[in-house]
Design a protein around this ligand. Sequence first.
Ligand SMILES: [Zn+2]
Length: 212
Amino acid sequence: MIKYILGNSCYICDNKINCNDLICDNCLNDITYIPYINFINSNGNFYFNNVYTLLEYNDILKKIIHLYKFENIRSLSKLLSELILKRYSLEFFNQYDYIVPVPLHNKKFKKRGFNQTLKILQEFIDEDKLFNAVFKIKNTKQQSLTKSKLERKENLENIFDIEIKEIKHIKNKNILLFDDIFTTGATLNAIAKPFFYSMANKIDILTIGVSL
Ligand SMILES: [Zn+2]
């Protein structure tokens, strides 16, 4: 771990780099922007409206996200926020009243000691726009395997809620949910649900990567 503290080796490949850098230019070149995705929930299966994303979930992005989330390399929040801002300007974020970092279960939060999605947003979003009042009702791992598929789906849909005292702020507001990776959309849909029923005007999603 000494090399990380000295900050002179790339986190990914160990190449020598400048003291202030985290990842070398070679590795950064492997980060791949994808064309604009504007997924529109036209069939009404989801509680959210549009999905915006920016990067292919390739090996380099997987490694960066892993280092950030599980190796606890918190300084990567700056790099990740810069990648986002290369694609989406502050004007994009200004169309929303609240930006919502995907919450972690308390146990995970305690283990990691920080909410990584919140930390990325804090790099460039004003504190009063961050809506950090969503909580997870129960751990999804506790889902019984004996339950039917439908029961499990409903179970998964009802695992997030908004703190009661904050619900009144959601009506007619434009909401952006933020997470690292978009896969099936099931978790993000579960988070969108309480905003939908709190009468939000629009619920969009932004993720850094997409793995469809
Ligand atoms: Zn490298």
